[in-house]
Design a protein around this ligand. Structure first.
Ligand code: GDP
Ligand code: MN
Length: 345
């Protein structure tokens, strides 16, 4: 069968049948959590949901990354929340600092300006380090060098449904490289020149893509659509590829991580649009999820019941909201779209 077996199931089967059985392989994969000590209380409910909904059966390890040392309390409480392996690691300084080609004064002026204009995180330097780290560095962490797949998790997110199959193996078996659950429009003020730099890169390097138009509006400008990267299951091999690295380097040298406020989500998305086939990008439509004020719940009339979704009654399914880029994705992917209004929720 296509369903992955847990090790226990496989053992039980072997014991009864007394015939050699191949274990359903686990993917070479890890959760990756970039987080600050002060976010511990937001993370504990997240990890307990993730364990309860998925990982107590699959036992994938967690890698926690921080630009500062983790506190004893953080490590103890997180370790007590799972029976899987947990590793706490410091980010190398050169993965979290301003490169030489950035003029610190110019960067400071840009932050002041954006802060004064009330752009979200516009005045923050640490947020920019975070976005650049997630765009071009986390996958270079020494502890991930032999790992093929990651699942990014943020503090404070909810998982509403059981995930009773292995999404990593799903990705691996179906030649998927990148995945998402929410697609939405970016804040334009954070990425004034990201699109033109991306197009320039494509032209200079003769990169062609048959679905880059997903990200363009009728005038050929960026339609601001991107996959929300606070949930991501993707291939580390892809991010470590020469093609991705060259694109990241080009963007980095274009200075937009510091002079503008480019997010890792649009960077990952545009890279996927350029470098992957559309079919290598997967929407995990069966995963119920919330990050901050945007939530989504699968159609509860069928799969949702089976997966014991517990979506809040008043959930305003972001998929149906203005600002969601799911309609564009739907038409691109031509997936069947069921009635997503839940009566059972
Ligand atoms: P938002 O989702 O765009 O509102 O940004 P968040 O504040 O949630 O940050 C995104 C992720 O990066 C979260 O997992 C945060 O815990 C993490 N993060 C953000 N800033 C820092 C930082 O300065 N240090 C560390 N260690 N993690 C950070
Ligand atoms: Mn967040």
């Amino acid at each position: 069968s296509e369903e992955p077996k847990t090790r226990r199931d496989a053992l039980a089967e072997m014991a009864q049948l007394k015939i050699p059985l191949n274990f359903e392989p686990r993917a070479n994969a890890s959760f990756v959590v970039l987080i600050r000590n002060k976010e511990l209380k937001d993370f504990l409910p997240t990890i307990s949901q993730l364990e309860q909904r998925f990982n107590h059966k699959f036992h994938y390890p967690y890698l926690f990354l921080n630009d500062k040392p983790f506190s004893q309390e953080f490590m103890q409480k997180v370790a007590a929340s799972t029976t899987s392996n947990v590793t706490f690691a410091r980010i190398p300084l050169d993965h979290w600092s301003m490169p030489d080609f950035i003029d610190p004064d110019q960067a400071l002026q840009a932050r002041k300006q954006m802060g004064a204009n009330h752009v979200a995180y516009g005045g923050s330097l640490s947020y920019r380090h975070m976005c650049r780290f997630n765009s071009g560095f986390f996958y270079k962490h020494p502890l991930l060098q032999n790992v093929d797949w990651y699942w990014r998790v943020e503090p404070g997110v909810d998982f509403y449904c059981d995930i009773d199959y292995d999404p990593f193996l799903f990705m691996q078996r179906n030649n998927k490289m990148y995945s998402f659950v929410v697609a939405l429009e970016e804040i334009e003020e954070t990425i004034p020149t990201l699109w033109e730099h991306t197009l320039e890169y494509m032209l200079k390097n003769n990169v062609t893509s048959d679905w880059m138009s997903y990200f363009a509006n009728r005038d050929g400008d960026y339609n601001l659509c991107h996959f929300w990267s606070n949930f991501e299951i993707a291939s580390l091999r892809w991010l470590r590829s020469d093609a991705y690295e060259a694109f990241f380097k080009y963007l980095d040298e274009a200075k937009g991580f510091f002079i503008e406020r480019w997010g890792d989500a649009p960077v990952h998305s545009l890279a996927a649009g350029m470098l992957l086939n559309r079919k290598q990008v997967h929407l995990f439509n069966d995963i119920g999820y919330r990050h901050e004020k945007f939530a989504r719940c699968p159609d509860l009339s069928n799969a949702g019941l089976e997966r014991r979704c517990q979506c809040p009654k008043d959930i305003d399914n972001f998929d149906n909201s203005k600002g969601s880029c799911l309609p564009q994705w739907k038409s691109l992917a031509s997936i069947e779209w069921s009635n997503r209004d839940s009566k059972e929720a």
